[in-house]
Design a protein around this ligand. Structure first.
Ligand code: NAD
Length: 479
């Protein structure tokens, strides 16, 4: 049975879209059509922004509720999401191939956690009063920034959506969300949860569509802030538009992070964490460490361990509990990954496992490891967004730092060592927004984001909330 929607969630209601255009949803494992939603048009974005604007400007509305009241509403929203947790995980896995065990953590668990985390943050927040140096004092008042245009990709659709909308809603903003066309069924289920939770009209609106629709939302005069996660190319174009408009923007873009294996490592002991940092979600996570930097003295041994890891990965139906790796999201994405594998071989990389397709049907690519990759090779520089690792040799710590930092990206990174203090010292030398020692995890409390071509701004933590707030200084006792 397919899942088909005919209406859009706008202004707190399910309403007929402005056109008859439809987005079909295709399973990446079976290539069968599994559902559809209406494709949003510019007119639908106009209606959504208008609803969000009215909700934001209402003097008795969401933006003016106290933090505790918004936190209570978000707690109800979280409950409704939790009630749909298994269905959400199922829809995400069916649409983008994420292994169901991972979807249960990232896609059903994390969104509710973020609503609770940011709800608690605003429920307790009070204006800060700072004693002045010139006499008097200053109230530092924080107010919601306004209507937020949120644009998300398909790879971890619910978690990434809530990195944006949980702090935005908690801050008192209203939101127009544009999900990626590949993953829309989860977004509509999320809208059902919002309806059931009684979220006020216009506070959250969902309009699915492609890049032109996203670009229209970015430039819309009724939008006060843009929050984007996706490719660096799209991010540059959005940054240009927002620069012209002087519109605040948060950009979470691509990555080519390094897993730096130090010479004292016991990699076999941490192999599960290493999988999580390098091959999770079929290689389709922005912060994955797809460059493995190995010391020359232990190079062959590290290549063997990484090769065994990839070779022993269970590839198959994303809906099976035992699957560790599913298909890539689309035929286009598989073509792209295969073309990088061919380039890697042409440049002199040596495939130690994988390199081909897995199975007869669906967009499966075998987990692939390249040895003898040099830092200047294309596969060591460009984001592949698939299960392809490059093992690069380094001579000493300075050489490892130089190779790690030679990337145009700077999003994630990991250091692998039996000496955690040494790892932490080393981590400070890596030019990146986030780095893990012997593992990697996005904790809600820890600011997440990149430098260089990986974007600007931070999500998660209190920093994630403040990016949806204006700061106003109110001078007291100034004579
Ligand atoms: P993409 O940039 O093609 O699309 C992402 C989203 O933006 C989609 O909703 C798309 O419709 C929309 N979009 C595309 N071009 C646009 C434009 N010019 N204006 C407005 N909206 C536009 O990316 P993708 O291929 O779907 O996703 C994979 C990319 O996302 C990878 O590069 C990955 O690294 C990145 N990503 C980054 C993070 C992060 O937090 N840094 C997280 C996940 C994914």
């Amino acid at each position: 049975m397919t899942i088909d929607y005919t209406d859009l969630y706008l202004d707190g209601r399910w309403v007929a879209p402005a056109t008859n255009a439809v987005i079909p949803v295709i399973s990446p494992s079976t290539e069968a059509r599994i559902g559809s939603v209406p494709e949003g048009s510019d007119a639908d974005i106009d209606a959504a922004v208008d609803a969000a604007r009215r909700a934001f400007d209402d003097p008795a509305g969401w933006a003016h509720w106290d933090g505790k009241r918004r936190a209570d509403a978000l707690a109800k929203f979280a409950e409704e999401l939790q009630a749909r947790g298994e269905a959400t995980a199922n829809r995400v896995s069916s649409q983008n191939g994420m292994p169901i065990s991972l979807a249960r953590q990232f896609e059903s668990g994390f969104p509710a956690l973020l609503l609770q985390y940011y709800g608690a943050m605003v429920a307790e927040s009070e204006d800060e009063v700072r004693p002045g140096m010139l006499g008097g004092s200053t109230v530092v008042a924080r107010s919601p920034i306004g209507v937020v245009g949120a644009i998300v990709p398909w790879n971890v659709p619910q978690a990434i959506t809530f990195l944006k909308i949980a702090p935005a809603l908690a801050a008192g903003c209203t939101v127009v969300l544009k999900p990626a066309p590949e993953t829309v069924l989860d977004a509509f289920l999320m809208a059902e949860a919002a309806t059931a939770a009684g979220m006020p009209p216009g506070v959250l609106n969902v309009v699915p569509g492609g890049r032109e629709l996203g670009a229209y939302l970015v430039r819309h005069p009724g939008v006060d802030k843009v929050s984007f996660t996706g490719s660096t190319g799209a991010g540059r174009s959005i940054a240009r538009d927002c620069g012209e408009l002087l519109r605040p923007v948060t950009l979470e873009l691509g990555g080519k992070s390094a897993a730096i294996v130090l010479d004292d490592v016991d990699l076999a002991a941490d192999i599960e964490s290493f999988f999580g940092a390098t091959l999770l979600n079929n290689g389709q996570i922005c912060w994955l460490c797809t460059r493995v930097l190995a010391p020359a003295a232990r190079y062959d041994e590290i290549v063997d361990i990484v090769t065994d890891l990839a070779r022993n990965t269970t590839v198959g139906d994303p809906l099976s509990d035992t699957t560790q790796m599913g298909p890539l999201v689309s035929q286009r994405q598989r073509d792209r990954v295969e073309s990088y594998i061919a380039t890697g071989q042409r440049d002199g990389g040596r495939v130690t496992t994988g390199g081909g397709r897995a199975g007869e049907q669906g967009w499966f690519v075998e987990p692939t490891v390249f040895a003898d990759v040099r830092p200047e090779h294309t596969i060591a520089r460009e984001e592949i967004f698939g299960p392809v690792l490059s093992v690069i040799r380094y001579t000493d710590e300075d050489d490892a730092v130089a190779i790690a930092n030679s990337s145009e990206y700077g999003l994630g990174g990991t250091v692998w060592t039996t000496d955690a203090d040494r790892g932490a010292r080393f981590a400070r030398r890596i030019a990146t927004g986030t780095v893990g020692i012997n593992g990697y995890a996005n904790d809600p409390t820890a600011p997440f984001g990149g430098i260089k071509s990986s974007g600007m701004g931070r999500e998660l933590g209190p920093e994630g909330l403040s990016s949806y707030q204006n700061v106003k200084s109110i001078y007291l006792d100034v004579r």
